[in-house]
Design a protein around this ligand. Sequence first.
Ligand code: FPP
Ligand code: MG
Ligand code: MG
Length: 434
Amino acid sequence: TPVKTKFEDPFSIVSHEMSGLAKNIASLIGSGHPTLNRVSSYYFEAEGKNVRPLIVLLMSKALAKIPRDQRTRIPIDEYDTTDQPKFAGTVSETSIAGRSVDDSLSPLRILHGINPRVILDPLSKPMDKLPEFDAENGILPKQRRLAEIVEMIHTASLLHDDVIDLSDARRGRPSGNVAFTNKMAVLAGDFLLGRASVAIARLRNSEVIELLSTTIANLVEGEFMQLKNTVLLPNADMVGSKQLPTPTGKVPTTVHEYSVASHAITHEQNVAAAFEYYLHKTYLKTASLMSKSSRAAAVLSGAELEIVEQMYDFGRNLGLCFQIVDDMLDYTANNAELGKPAGADLKLGLATAPILFAWQEQPGLGELISRKFKNPGDVELARAAVRDCQGVEKTRLMAEKYCAGALANLRVLPESDARSALELLTNSVLTRTK
Ligand code: FPP
Ligand code: MG
Ligand code: MG
C-alpha cells in the first residue's frame, strides 16, 4: 500500500517511530522464561490505539521546533547522541551479574525452555540500545524510549485492570486473565513495570524518573479510589468501627459503622463532592500518565519551565477528556465497537459522569449508587435515569471543556505539522467511537 502523505494522515509524520515501537518494546521485555514472554507480550501483539506513545512522539517533534537558544533548562547536546548507559562491567554471555552461570543442559531448564542468558540486569550486557537519533526529524532517542516506557506502563496497568474488572476481552481477543489465568496476568504486569523501571533509570534524568515513578503510584491510587467509590451517604457520618473475625478467626476485618449525621449535607454539596472525587480519580487513573509523560517529553527537550508546565496541563486536560469520553462510550457503544465489554461500569458498581449528572436531577439515585447497583433492576433503572436526564449529553459537554483546555495549552508551541497533528488528535479523542 502506498504511504500516505502528511496531508492524508497527519500522524504519518511519526509513522517511522510508531512502526518501530513494538520492536523496541520487544527488546525491553525479553525474559528467560518462555511462558512469561508469551504473557507479557500478549497485549502488544494485538492492535492497540497507542495513544500515549503517539502523544509523546508528536509532542517531542513539536517541541523540537522551539529554537535551541530558547531551550534553557539543560544543555541540549546531552541528548543528541545515541549514548548507551555505562555499566560497571560487561560480562560474557554465560554469566549473570558477573557470576558465572552453569550453562550445562539442566533437564528442568530444557523442560521449561528457560534461557538463563536472557537477563536484563544493570551488571549484564545491555540489550537495549537507545533508538537512533535523526537530526532532521528532531525526536530525541530518549523521547522515543519515553514513548516505549509509557506504553509499557499502560499495558501493565491493563493486565492488572482486567483482573480487577473481571474482564474477559481486550483488543478483540480474550483478556490476559482469561487467556493465561489471573496469577500470570498479574505477574506479567509486574514484570513489565520492572522492565519499564530499568528503562526509566537508563534515561539518566532524575526529574523524568520522578515523574514516571509517580505515574505508577498514581495509577494504583486512582484504581483504589475507584474501588472505594461509594458517594457520600446523604446525612451520614461515621460513628465508629468494630472488628469482625474472618472465617479462619485469625485476621480481623474492620467494619465501619455509620449513622445519620449530626450535620446535614445538602444534595448539591453531596453531588459536588462526588464530582470532585470522580475527577480526582480520573486524573490519577488516566490523566496522570498523559500529563506526566507530556511533561517528561518537554523536560527531555530542554524547553523552558513555562512550556514544560503547559505541556503538563495539556496532558492533564487531554487525559481527563479521554477518560470522560471512555466513560460515556460505556453507555453508548457496543461490545463489537469497543473490542471489550460495553455497559460494564454500572455492572461493576461504578458511578461515572453520566450517572452523576442523572443523580444531580434525581436525588433518589443516591441510594442505588451507594449500594453499587447491586439490587435486581438497579442497573436498568440507572440506565433509564441517565437517558431521562441527558446524562450522556452533559458528559459530552464536560469532555468538550477539557478538550478546549488542551487545545489552548498547545498554543504555546510554535506552529508546525506536529502541533497540528496534536490538535487533530485532541479533537478526535472527543469524536472517537472506540
Ligand atoms: C483502565 O480503566 C485502567 C486504567 C486506566 C488503570 C488501571 C490501574 C491499575 C489496575 C493499577 C495497577 C497499575 C499498574 C501500573 C500495574 P477501565 O477499567 O475504566 O478501562 P477498560 O474499559 O479499558 O478496562
Ligand atoms: Mg477495565
Ligand atoms: Mg478498571
